[in-house]
Design a binder for this molecule. Structure first.
Ligand code: ZN
Length: 211
């Protein structure tokens, strides 16, 4: 397992390699950032976006927490969204959940301790909305399906937020999508629609919650 000593050693090797293989690269990205994606993902150590999507440094603005939640009353989430949309003008927002999520499992089992258990209430809200569908599944399937529904719910939390709505209103390009990652094969799958405007979101949200 990597140690702190190893961390510094790896960093020195990496820095040396990058400066040797692509001279001027680190200098070139040191002035500014123009990320293409705001990534909202789980803190799980196996689902870091840098490896999963293989984009160069400066491409992805990242926010991660337990169970990839966008809580509308959480200052951290709101500050990240505001900075990404209003300041950096990031055109794509991706909420990424994953199968086998310990946070989702803990939400179902009430196995966490404070404050994580309190944080996971956000996932239980989603469970409560889909109890009938979820309770027909085996425990593993239930947790995986809840991971998908949780992603879609967080996508809606972002779309209904005034930061995104105001951006859409002024004609700023903001696409919001949900994806789920499978640790077993390393692949991402899109969940639901890509929301690119207030109209697209309202239509889809209305359909999803009308029946
Ligand atoms: Zn997770």
């Amino acid at each position: 397992m990597p140690s702190i000593k190893q961390m510094f050693e790896n960093n020195r090797n990496w820095s040396e390699r990058v400066r040797k293989e692509t001279p001027g690269y680190l200098e070139s990205i040191s002035y500014d950032q123009r990320p293409e994606i705001l990534w909202i993902g789980c803190s799980d150590s196996r689902v870091g976006p840098d490896q999963l999507i293989g984009l160069p440094m400066g491409s992805v603005f990242v926010h991660r927490n337990v169970a990839n939640i966008f809580a509308t009353n959480d200052l951290n989430c709101l500050a990240v969204l505001e900075y990404a949309v209003d300041e950096l003008k990031v055109p794509n927002i991706v909420v990424c959940g994953h199968y086998g999520c310990g946070g989702v499992k803990a939400a179902l089992e009430h196995s966490g301790v404070q404050p994580v258990d309190l944080w996971l209430d956000q996932v239980r809200f989603v469970y409560n909305r889909y109890t009938k569908e979820l309770n027909m599944l085996s425990p593993v399937e239930r947790a995986n399906r809840l991971a998908e529904l949780n992603v879609e719910s967080q996508v809606h939390n972002i779309c209904r937020n005034t930061i995104v709505r105001e951006a859409w209103k002024r004609g700023q390009k903001v696409n919001v999508i949900g994806v789920i990652y499978d640790i077993h094969d390393g692949l991402l799958r899109q969940l639901g629609t890509e929301y690119s405007s207030q109209e697209v979101w309202e239509t889809s949200y209305g359909e999803a919650f009308s029946g």
